[in-house]
Design a protein around this ligand. Structure first.
Ligand SMILES: [Zn+2]
Ligand SMILES: [Zn+2]
Length: 234
């Protein structure tokens, strides 16, 4: 589309559908206004992704770690804050990628402030199946990952691919989720990730089965270490 038309259509959309903050309802340019976004409930104690018990900085316990597990898992927001859950659900089902950019920006600042990310070689989002990406038009994890990449100068890689259409995980228990995810990721044959350190990005951490399965695929492709990072934790 011509840039002018693009501006015009954005202007018309903003005029017809003004944005209201999901937290306080104030009209403004953002889905979460500056005041609300800083007051969102944050995760106070990070957990080990394997046993879900608390662990300093989300480091995977020695006793839980395997050759194919992530070394650390960090989440910023508490999903139980209903402003967060509403924002994440609305973004996904009403097709509003801008919400993920706003939240992703916060996640990028959090990571920069608290952790030394200079060791990371690539930022890799959890991919959607091509079918689901076509339907939604965007991958929310990719938008969050792009924000971290912009803020840290660590390159974004799309080397991880989804090779089967998994059932939606929503109604499955932890064991069935792991089973459902089995073999659903692979690393592009063109990518060389041998010896690399990767930040793996997703929107919400629930049982961790998606992140664990993706980590496994990355490590089997030669990745040295994986740190999982999510916007929110359930
Ligand atoms: Zn607000
Ligand atoms: Zn553990």
């Amino acid at each position: 589309m011509h840039p002018f038309l693009l501006d015009l259509s954005e202007f018309l959309l903003d005029t017809i559908f003004p944005i209201h903050c999901l937290g306080c309802g104030e009209e403004g340019p953002l889905y979460l206004c500056a005041e609300c976004i800083v007051s969102l409930e944050r995760v106070r104690l990070q957990n080990c992704i394997m046993c879900h018990k608390s662990s300093l900085d989300g480091i995977t316990h020695n006793t839980c770690a395997t050759q194919l597990s992530p070394i650390q898992t960090l989440s910023l927001f508490a999903y139980k804050d209903n402003r967060i859950s509403r924002a994440i659900i609305l973004g996904k089902y009403k097709f509003v990628p801008a919400i993920y950019a706003e939240l992703g920006h916060m996640l990028a600042l959090f990571l920069k402030e608290k952790y030394d990310l200079s060791q990371a070689d690539f930022i890799i989002p959890i991919p959607l199946s091509p079918q689901r990406k076509r339907w939604r038009g965007f991958n929310q994890a990719e938008i969050v990952a792009a924000q971290i990449s912009i803020n840290s100068n660590i390159p974004l890689s799309k080397a991880l691919i989804r090779n089967k259409n998994t059932k939606t995980q929503k109604d499955l228990n932890k064991k069935d989720r792991l089973e459902n995810m089995k073999g659903s990721f692979e690393v592009s044959a063109k990518a060389n990730l041998k010896g690399k350190h990767v930040l793996l990005i997703d929107d919400v951490l629930t049982t961790g089965s998606t992140l664990l399965e993706a980590t496994k695929a990355l490590k089997e492709a030669g990745v040295t270490s994986v740190i999982c990072v999510t916007l929110a934790r359930d």
